[in-house]
Design a protein around this ligand. Structure first.
Ligand code: FAD
Ligand code: FMN
Length: 1001
């Protein structure tokens, strides 16, 4: 800007968009109330030049009053303005003398409100200033009366969406009032605005701009349901300094617009909304030395105010990155212009939505054009137009608007709308100041303590033994806790089978923490088999090693609960180790994660107390969680990573689902899943009879909706999320589990947390990040493969539907319910599981076998029978198969359906037990059936001692599979038969692999 000579009282303003344009001249700035007018040092980007305008001094008020009447009478129609002015001034002076103050007439008030708008340098939409309807609300005294007038004013302004610029002016600040009195105030910045709820972890739900007002409203008893778009109540202080809050009535609450995008469902699905009217309520109308501390003025929105400023603003809803990701833009660098695309698309969505809702709005380019014309007209007719370039130029496509290229002058004319100090000042609490030297001393103490403790850091080693990765996840959680105060290493248990690693571990470690699960029949996970053997063979010397154990297990396996962990605990001690802390247990059937967290935090506190000089820091026991947006990750990749190198995750596709029952229930089902074979896998065997696939089940119950309703907040859908955790307020945030990062909210709900096993915590009002942090993760479920490897690359599984009672309600098993509802073509993530514990067929197919099963325990036997069928079809002799099978009802007996084809080539004899049907309900079979009883499968064996003894003598194999209790009972019965017949002992059969069993739970 080329500044002119101040004495000449005019400044030339150039429009650089047009080469050689004739500048306009502003002479109005000479009337500016600012001391130096626009020639003051440039403060162009300053938001507030003073903290808020307080009461006027006597002299200021009188000077303003005189100027006011000059302007008023010069601007309004009057046959004899000079005379009218003099009369009015006389009247006003008399009023001031008698009462210390004067009152505007309605016309003066209305002119003031309109002219103050016309004068507002920051308002781009004031070309319609003349259309402002002004309501005189000066007779509203109580908070209730003020609120009712506000509602009325809002209704008139909304005008069925066709926004009518509207102002309401309440009682003036009395000149004689106490200096500190704020006057009548509405503390909300705008009448319709969304609350901002600050969570414990510092995150904000809703509009961060309104956190303090939200807190203020809550301190006055407001009890909202937390959410992103919750309209704040109106907080009013009347002239007697009584403060009350008022919830807006339902019809006004409906003055909001849901934001949808014409073509991008990603934006629509975010569920954004904004309020329809920008109704400023915290500014003061100052006119003629009178201050109206409570004034509402409502116009209509410019699109970018909502999109760029409110929804994308970093200090506001901060949705730039989430929307960029939703739109699948490359957000990795600025030069992809993704931010510009987001801003444009969201602005388009905002404008589109307001149009759709029939609510007045201007796009930023049209409004800029309108302002440009207005400004020119003001300069022509009035001699100037105060304008704040920074506010007038829109935040999007600024250079494309005429205002960007036009010089402007910012100055203050009277009447005006003024900023005032906010509620923080009026309601503030005294703050206890910490003296500087005390602060310095505390900091120095802390630094010294840190220095000392870092020097003497102890080394903690976490050793994990896992099959399904849980123990590994726990080791990582422990690492994140201990790393603050100790040197930490995390090692797989296989490391301890290498001499050097073991030596290093023992000599360098101050404490070794084993985290180990149990598998098979009380055995180690497969990765720990060598360690287990050496431990049992007493080949270790742990002399002097301080250690402790956390043992994972399941009380499903009552007899062998956490046996491997217990074994480590006793054997390491026997080998010279020093038990530092009592063994901890995590039961898969209860909240194992919470059990681990409690145990490890206890251990951490003890270690801090004992290993750190000066005690060290202890955990407050309060974990905090928050969401962060991050890069997307595919589910299968996430599960693949959770498996480590152990298994490759496949995307199975459901080919066929067969109901195996005849009574209309779907208790048993056979599912055929197809998978894609990697070319390099050709020729290799992916699985053998008796092996399993691990399935990652999904929640499909309606519990998700129920939980969603209870939680206080929900992050935006469709955006990849990472859950972060910190173990105490002063600790840094850490990613909860890297393998789970990058999933959307739906994926978190469907695939990560087990909604059947909700933790025992109050969910109502809980934030979603904490909910996910505290709820146990879904574990993959094993299913026996019920087929043989084939050219079609398919695999069968036989599932039983699980139902159980909880708190008087019937719940369905998570995985079985998921599989039951899967539809053909559906993708199911899983892997081929190979452990050492599974059942295997005898190498010679001619050897007779006995298969004893209950329910879905028949599944692995299907793979055996298929293998024998293949052998027989390829010309090999297949030995006789004796099938002892038990189910509840005849209608649930699936042997006919499954074995019809195989019975053509195999010699099979079946024995059936129905625990809840009568034998006569069994109506013959295409299979050779030698016995049908009412009872359990172990009872069935009791009557067939000859068969058992015969097979045993022939060198045959016996297999049992099903629920843990049935299998144990079968083993007991077999033992008795063998004893009675004197043909062998269970011990011998087990040792030679001729008796094998598998328990499903
Ligand atoms: C090696 C192996 C092979 C297997 N093969 C097969 C197979 O071929 N076919 C087959 O059908 N199954 C098989 N299983 C069992 C299978 O893995 C699952 O355990 C079974 O399907 C149940 O899983 P679910 O998710 O449906 O039930 P879950 O949700 O795990 O529930 C199972 C049981 O846990 C209890 N429970 C669950 N939630 C709660 C709660 N909130 N409160 C109290 N109790 C609760 C109930 O008693 C319920 O019945 C096998 C298991 C193993 C270990
Ligand atoms: C096939 C199988 C056998 C299991 N055997 C036992 C057992 O004998 N005793 C026990 O306490 N837990 C047993 N469990 C439960 C696991 O130890 C438990 O689920 C643990 O949390 C798994 O941890 P991981 O994922 O680190 O391997 C068994 C689990 C499966 C799937």
């Amino acid at each position: 800007m080329r500044t002119g000579d101040t004495t000449k009282k005019n400044i030339e303003l150039y429009d650089y968009s047009k080469a050689g344009s004739i500048p306009s001249t502003d002479s109005l700035f000479g009337e500016s109330r600012d001391k130096d007018g626009p020639l003051a040092p440039c403060q162009a980007s300053k938001m507030l030049l003073h903290p808020g305008r307080g009461p006027l001094s006597e002299t200021e008020a009188i000077t303003q009053m005189k100027q006011f009447f000059n302007s008023y009478y010069a601007d309004t129609d009057n046959s004899n303005p000079e005379k009218a002015k003099e009369d009015r001034l006389e009247e006003v002076m008399a009023m001031i003398e008698a009462e210390g103050d004067y009152k505007h007439t309605y016309d003066e008030l209305s002119w003031s409100a309109k002219t103050a708008w016309r004068n507002a340098p920051r308002c781009v939409g004031r070309h319609i200033w003349r259309t402002l309807r002004v309501v005189d609300a000066r007779d509203c005294l109580s908070c209730r009366e003020i609120f009712d007038a506000i509602c009325k004013s809002l209704r008139l302004a909304f005008n069925d969406g066709l926004i009518q610029p509207h102002a309401a002016v309440f009682g003036q600040r009395h000149r004689n009032s106490k200096q500190k009195s704020p006057g009548i105030r509405v503390w909300n910045g705008v009448l319709l605005s969304f609350a901002g709820f600050m969570k414990e972890n510092g995150d904000i739900i809703g509009d961060p701009k309104n956190v303090s007002l939200t807190n203020l409203a809550m301190s006055f008893g407001w009890e909202p349901k937390v959410g992103n778009f919750v309209l704040l109540p109106i907080v009013i202080t009347d002239a007697n300094e009584k403060t009350e809050i008022f919830e807006l009535p339902a019809d006004i609450k409906a003055y909001t617009v849901n934001i949808s995008h014409p073509t991008e469902p990603g934006i629509t699905n975010l569920g954004l909304k904004w309020y329809a009217i920008p109704s400023v309520s915290s500014m003061m109308l100052e006119a003629g030395g009178v201050q109206y501390t409570c004034t509402q003025i409502a116009g209509y929105f410019q699109d970018t105010e909502i999109s760029v400023m409110n929804l994308l603003g970093e200090s506001r809803y901060n949705l730039m990155e989430p929307i960029g990701r939703k739109l699948k833009l490359d957000v990795s660098k600025n030069s992809t212009y993704w931010k510009c695309t987001v801003a444009t698309e969201l602005t388009r969505a905002v404008y589109h939505s307001f149009q759709l809702a029939g609510v007045t709005m201007d796009d930023h380019i049209s409004l800029s054009d309108k302002f440009n014309s207005f400004m020119k007209e003001e300069i022509r007719t009035r001699g100037g137009c105060p304008a704040d370039w920074l506010w007038i130029v829109p935040p999007l496509s600024s250079g494309l608007t005429p205002n960007f290229h036009h010089e402007m002058l910012r100055y203050t004319l009277s009447p005006s709308y003024e900023y005032q100090s906010g509620p923080e000042d009026y309601f503030k609490k005294p703050i206890t100041k910490v003296k500087f030297y005390a602060l310095t001393r505390t900091i120095m103490c802390f630094i010294n303590m840190m220095r000392k403790s870092i020097k003497k850091r102890k080394r903690i080693t976490f050793v994990y033994a896992t099959e399904g990765n849980t123990a590994f996840t726990y080791a990582k959680t422990a690492e994140s806790l201990f790393v603050k105060a100790f040197y930490v290493s995390v090692l797989p248990i296989t490391a301890l089978t290498e001499k050097d690693e073991l030596k290093k571990c023992i000599s360098d470690t101050d404490l070794c923490v084993f985290i180990a699960s149990t598998f098979g029949e009380g055995g180690p996970p497969s990765m720990a088999e060598e360690f287990n053997k050496k431990l049992r063979d007493k080949l270790y010397d742990f002399g002097g090693l301080k250690y402790t154990v956390f043992a994972l297990g399941s009380t499903h396996y009552a007899k062998t609960f956490a046996r491997f962990g217990k074994l480590i605990d006793s054997e390491v001690e026997a080998a010279g180790g020093i038990r530092y802390e009592k063994i901890g247990f995590g039961n898969d059937q209860s909240n194992q994660k919470a059990e681990f967290e409690t145990w490890i935090e206890g251990l951490y506190n003890r270690c801090c107390d004992e290993f750190l000089p000066g005690g060290g820091r202890s955990v407050e026991g309060k974990r905090l969680y928050r969401w962060r947006y991050c890069s997307a990750k595919s589910l299968s990749k996430s599960f693949q990573e959770a498996q480590g190198d152990a298994h490759k995750v496949y995307e199975f596709s459901l080919e066929k689902k067969t109901n195996l029952t005849t009574d209309g229930t779907d208790k048993y089902m056979l599912l055929t899943l197809s998978y894609k074979r990697e070319p390099e896998m050709n020729g290799t065997e992916l699985f053998l009879p008796g092996q399993h696939i691990g399935i990652f089940p999904k929640n499909i119950s309606s519990r998700k909706d129920q939980v969603l309703k209870e939680l206080s907040d929900v992050p935006f859908e469709g955006i990849p999320l990472s859950l972060e955790e910190k173990i105490a307020v002063h600790e840094p945030w850490r990613v909860w589990d890297n393998n789970r990062s990058g999933l959307t909210l739906t994926e978190w709900f469907d695939n990560i947390v087990d909604l059947n096993r909700l933790p025992n915590i109050q969910r109502k009002g809980l934030d979603s990040a904490t909910f996910f942090g505290k709820t146990p993760a879904i574990k993959r479920r094993l299913y026996s493969i019920a087929s043989c490897q084939n050219k079609n690359n398919t695999v069968d599984i036989l599932i039983a539907m699980h139902e159980f009672q909880l708190n008087g309600k019937t719940l369905t098993g998570l995985a079985s319910n998921f599989l039951r509802h899967a539809t053909p073509g559906e993708k199911i993530l899983g892997y081929f599981s190979k452990t050492n514990g599974q059942m295997v067929l005898p190498p010679d197919p001619s050897i007779p076998i006995i298969l004893v099963s209950s329910g879905s325990g028949f599944a692995p036997f299907m793979s055996f029978i298929k293998a024998r069928e293949q052998a027989s079809r390829s010309g090999k002799k297949a030995g006789r198969i004796y099938i002892f099978h038990g189910v509840r009802y005849v209608e649930w007996d699936f042997l006919e359906q499954l074995l019809k084809k195989a019975s053509r080539v195999l010699e099979m004899t079946t024995f059936r037990a129905y625990s809840r049907s009568y034998p006569h309900e069994f109506r013959g079979s295409c299979l050779e059936t030698r016995a049908v009883i009412i009872g359990y499968v172990q009872d069935l064996l009791g009557g067939q001692e000859d068969v058992v003894a015969g097979v045993c003598r022939e060198g045959g194999y016996i297999y049992a599979c099903g629920g843990g209790k049935v299998v144990a009972a079968v083993q007991g019965r077999l033992e008795k038969i063998l004893q009675d017949r004197g043909c062998s002992t269970m011990q011998k059969l087990i040792a030679s692999g001729r008796y094998q069993e598998e328990k499903f739970g």
